[in-house]
Design a protein around this ligand. Structure first.
Ligand code: MN
Ligand code: ZN
Length: 663
């Protein structure tokens, strides 16, 4: 076949359509994968749609390609919808180009797939498919099988009374800490409180050897032992810059595993960590790239006998699936004593100079604000947040208990699911934007899923009731708040009821302050702190949004009791959102409310993201966006909804509340 083939006759309609798709495929490859295709014949082709990520197996693709000539190499990157083939000669690749372009094959589920082929010129390693993240090294066979056995035997998973180390059973794996405890609540260590006993004696000679051989430059003082069973994983993360020095090393024992490294640009490099290998992360790979282990039972790995560490795609050879075994990792790190001054300030918690965000001026800005100052924050604080959310509020319980048995009820923004089990006669489904909170619900055996409250994937008119507790105030424009309310109404069948709670601008401070500070579990431990003049931020917000007791006034406060400030003041564009000082009244309807994450007593924590006046507080501070509602505002918003009548409108412990009915 010659290269003028196409110009020798007029293209048919189908051929034109096909050409368009082929060109589209090459554009997609360039845009999304950075793979450049060329218009002249080379030895190598990219086969769009012919990838492992598309359900096309090597066994299926290779014979097809071999019909056209001698295949020099077939590269099938894991999880990608394309593959690369290199022929011995350009003639052969040209033959494949003409023979297989537009060819229909079936994937492993019997779905039809059309292959599109384009020539590529660059060497595959130039396509970014082969290189390890900069600063990453995998040293194979770093220890002997005997040492491996000895190390594995030395871990006593059963012991937990020994205070030399701390053992945690995390959701997806078993963990032990030595030297310093690693706190998962804030991803940091308490550097002022080393664990007695230091690192296990057994590691000493091994570390000395690695130092001498130059794999590491500093002797680590913290060890985390993780045990991953098949199906376990660890979410993608960057080890907190301010917590640990540059070098982070991890010894893989018992079984190999694939660890995924991801650049902020989206480039993902799966890295094979063979048994008895040492992963060394320094520089860019330690500071900028995330690493994680996908929870699954099989990894896509090189099939060849001479299996190598490093990127899965570096070997041009065949890929296959490998069943995971029990992997135990020894991760050694050195606790950092001074703030990090790396070259990656954007991802560096020591260097981040956050400035408060501005009041959103468009729907897009509002959505970004919510993403950063609501969704991300709840994801981060989920565990701590959930631990402060035990006690259901009486009026909400009352609403749920009054519903007829068998009612289908959606809790949109269900948090840790504290209302999902209130009335066992109901069929309740929860949803929340936070995966971590939804996970907590599921651990409690509740039905819950992740979704956006603006677009709940539940059929219209399928619910007998909905509740929306402390959710609507997290939307940053009036339109979005109304959309969220309308979405609740959409879910309701005619006659169905919704209960809505939002934070009130008006708070009962003057007269009831003492009551707020009493009768709450927080007061049990913190009475001293509160009665002294020490400012304990973060407590009051928890209380007023989650008050425990009947000790508090539940009636509508009189105007004297309420501080009504600024309810008529609208935000001016481009103004920075003020940060609320907890335990004081609101000065703005749109604001950031600090959440002080518990569990980091480190005194010299270098980061204090634009904390207002809580600089003495050692824990990291997160800021949640709120629009606090004025008296009448929620009711007015509900009145703009179609097909709704308002049954009740009341004040309950710092919240404005509405019960509405779909008509
Ligand atoms: Mn890590
Ligand atoms: Zn840094």
């Amino acid at each position: 076949m010659d290269s003028n083939h196409q110009s020798n006759y007029k293209l048919s309609k189908t051929e034109k359509k096909f050409l368009r798709k082929q060109i589209k495929a090459s554009h997609t490859l360039l845009r999304h994968e950075g793979i450049e295709t060329v218009l002249y014949a080379t030895q190598s082709l990219v086969v769009a749609n012919g990838g492992l990520g598309n359900g096309v197996s090597r066994n299926q693709l290779l014979p097809l390609l071999e019909k056209c000539g001698l295949v020099d190499a077939l590269l099938m990157p894991p999880n990608k919808p394309y593959s690369f083939v290199r022929y011995k000669t350009t003639e052969e690749s040209q033959k494949a180009y003409f023979a297989l372009n537009g060819k229909e094959i079936e994937d492993d589920l019997g779905q039809k797939i059309i292959l599109y082929l384009n020539f590529v010129e660059k060497e595959w390693n130039e396509l970014g498919l082969q290189t390890l993240p900069p600063g990453l090294m995998v040293v194979e066979e770093i220890i002997s099988s005997e040492d491996e056995k000895m190390l594995l035997k030395s871990i006593n998973w059963a012991e937990n009374t020994d205070n030399r180390n701390v053992q945690k059973s995390l959701k997806h794996r078993r963990v032990k800490h030595f030297g310093y405890e690693f706190h998962y609540e804030n991803n940091n260590v308490d550097r002022g409180k080393p664990l007695p006993g230091g690192l296990p004696y057994i590691c000493d000679s091994i570390l000395e050897k690695w130092l001498k051989e130059g794999y590491i430059k500093q002797k680590p003082d913290q060890l985390t032992i993780n045990q991953y069973e098949p199906g376990h994983g660890i979410p993608a993360h960057i080890d907190t810059h301010s917590a640990f020095e540059d070098e982070i090393i991890s010894l893989s024992l018992g079984a190999e595993i694939v660890m995924d490294f991801k650049h902020p640009d989206g480039v993902t490099v799966p890295v094979m960590l063979p048994r008895r290998s040492l992963l060394v992360m320094t520089g860019e790979s330690r500071y900028l790239w995330t690493h994680g282990i996908t929870p699954r039972k099989f990894d896509t790995v090189q099939a060849s006998k001479s299996r190598k560490s490093g990127t899965i795609t570096s070997d041009v050879g065949d890929l296959t699936l490998s069943k995971r075994g029990i992997r135990t990792s020894f991760t050694f790190r050195k606790v950092r004593q001074t703030p990090c001054n790396c070259n990656y300030p954007l991802v560096c918690d020591s260097q981040r100079k956050e400035t408060p965000p501005s009041f959103p001026e468009s729907d897009k800005e509002a959505s970004q604000l919510e993403q950063e100052y609501v969704h991300r924050v709840y994801e981060e604080i989920a565990g701590h947040f959930s631990s402060t959310r035990h006690t259901p509020w009486p009026h909400i319980v009352e609403f749920l208990k009054a519903l007829p048995s068998g009612s289908i009820v959606a809790d949109v923004g269900c948090g840790n699911g504290k209302y999902l089990g209130i009335n066992k006669e109901l069929y309740m489904i929860g949803c929340d934007c936070s995966q971590n909170l939804v996970d907590i619900c599921r651990e409690r055996q509740f039905q819950a899923f992740v979704c956006d409250a603006l677009a709940v994937p539940i059929r219209s008119e399928s619910c007998d009731a909905c509740i929306s507790i402390a959710v609507i105030h997290h939307f940053a424009t009036v339109e979005r708040r109304v959309t969220a309310l309308q979405e609740l109404v959409r879910l309701l069948r005619p006659g169905g009821k919704a209960l809505i709670y939002v934070w009130a601008m008006e708070q009962e401070y003057n007269k009831r302050k003492s009551k707020y500070l009493r009768g709450n579990r927080i007061s049990q431990g913190m009475k001293g702190a509160l009665s002294s003049n020490t400012s304990v931020q973060g407590l009051f917000v928890e209380q007023m949004s989650d008050v425990d007791s009947q000790d508090l006034a539940c009636s509508v406060p009189s105007n004297d009791d309420l501080q009504e400030k600024g309810c008529n003041s609208r935000k001016v564009g481009n103004s920075k959102l003020p940060i609320h000082t907890n335990r004081t009244s609101f000065h703005s309807q749109d604001l950031l409310v600090p959440w002080h994450l518990k569990g980091n007593p480190a005194k010299d924590k270098p980061v204090q993201p634009f904390g207002p006046d809580g600089s003495h507080d050692p824990g990291p501070v997160f800021h949640r966006y709120y629009h606090v509602f004025c008296k009448g505002e929620l009711e007015a918003a509900c009145q703009t909804l179609s097909n709704v009548s308002i049954l009740q409108n009341y004040y309950d412990q710092g919240n404005w509340c509405v019960i509405l009915q779909k008509v």
